[in-house]
Design a protein around this ligand. Structure first.
Ligand SMILES: [Fe+2]
Ligand SMILES: [Fe+2]
Length: 311
């Protein structure tokens, strides 16, 4: 499918939810432009680094959770699962490279890696529907953080364009496939009562969010400790920066709560306009770094104007 077409479809609410597609993305060798590659901000850098470290194992867990359902579903849902798997596999591949760059910048990520291994092994003995439910919840968390990154450009402002491309591309695909695990879980639990579904998914989101918050902050604090900050100061500053006015943690609280609304579906949060903006910004950065307009909405000059801004 032509990528310009996808942007057009995503921009038109009357066309329903956006179509998903796998974007070609291969960064090759990743290098951090600086140890604190997010505007020299050690807290913002530690937050994104701590996220990146868990992506490969976390995404492999989600791929495994969805995989058995591919052959049990059909039509659009089956195609969505296949696209989801391809997208997540590509994210993992690229973040393995990014994580290598974190190590080359002087960080030891062993403790962070151990934490995600423990999370994944906790679910090893659980049933397929529980793994799927956990995936649905992780996907809600990643989708709201990704949407926030697309909504407020300042989160990635002042970063090296090559690194920004990776994070933008990942954010776009997370928002794009945010409903897949939810839809598969709804399919898997189709014989459950509405109350049982709501109670189960709400309890799962609480548990997964608590684990996500504690473990990612712990990871962030460990990286900050390696930057010379004491653990208590790391905890305090990570929470203070993460939930300050305009910060990601504070801005995602509203969409996080949405999940508890009975009748919630990920597409009730309409991110189609955000996706178009994200695609155009990614295309603009590619225009600057690669001299190509691949992925741009070719019918508008948005990407060219943005390219002048980001250059
Ligand atoms: Fe991903
Ligand atoms: Fe995802």
């Amino acid at each position: 499918m032509d990528q310009g077409q996808v942007s057009t479809i995503a921009a038109s609410p009357e066309n329903g939810p956006q179509r998903m597609h796998v974007r070609k993305f291969r960064q090759g060798r990743t290098r951090l432009a600086a140890r604190h590659w997010v505007r020299g901000d050690m807290f913002a850098t530690a937050f994104l680094n701590a996220l990146s470290v868990v992506f490969p194992r976390g995404e492999a867990f989600m791929i495994e959770a969805l995989h058995p359902w591919r052959d049990r579903t059909e039509g659009a849902l089956q195609r969505d699962i296949a696209t989801f798997i391809e997208q997540e596999a590509a994210h993992s591949r690229e973040h393995v490279g990014f994580n290598r760059a974190i190590i080359e910048a002087g960080y030891d990520i062993e403790a962070l890696d151990r934490a995600i291994k423990q999370f994944v092994s906790f679910f090893a003995g659980c049933g397929e529907i529980t793994k799927l439910g956990a995936t649905m919840c992780i996907e809600h968390l990643t989708a709201i953080v990704a949407a926030e990154i697309l909504k407020n450009r300042e989160h990635l402002e002042g970063t090296d364009l090559e690194l920004r491309k990776l994070w933008l591309w990942h954010a776009i695909e997370e928002v794009e496939h945010k409903a897949v695990a939810f839809d598969v879980w709804m399919f898997a639990t189709r014989e459950w009562s509405g109350a049982r579904r709501w109670l189960t998914r709400s309890a799962l989101l609480l548990a997964v969010s608590l684990s996500f918050f504690v473990n990612r902050t712990r990871g962030q604090v460990e990286l900050l400790r390696q930057d010379g900050l004491s653990k208590p100061a790391g905890w305090w500053q990570s929470i203070r920066h993460g939930f300050a006015k305009g910060a990601i943690g504070r801005n995602v609280l509203g969409p996080w709560f949405e999940f508890f609304r009975p009748g919630f579906h990920p597409h009730t949060i309409d991110d189609r306009e955000l996706l178009v903006r994200g695609e155009n910004l990614l295309a603009a950065i590619k225009l600057v770094t690669e001299g190509t307009t691949a992925g741009a909405d070719r019918t508008s000059s948005a990407s060219r104007n943005l390219a002048a801004e980001v250059a």
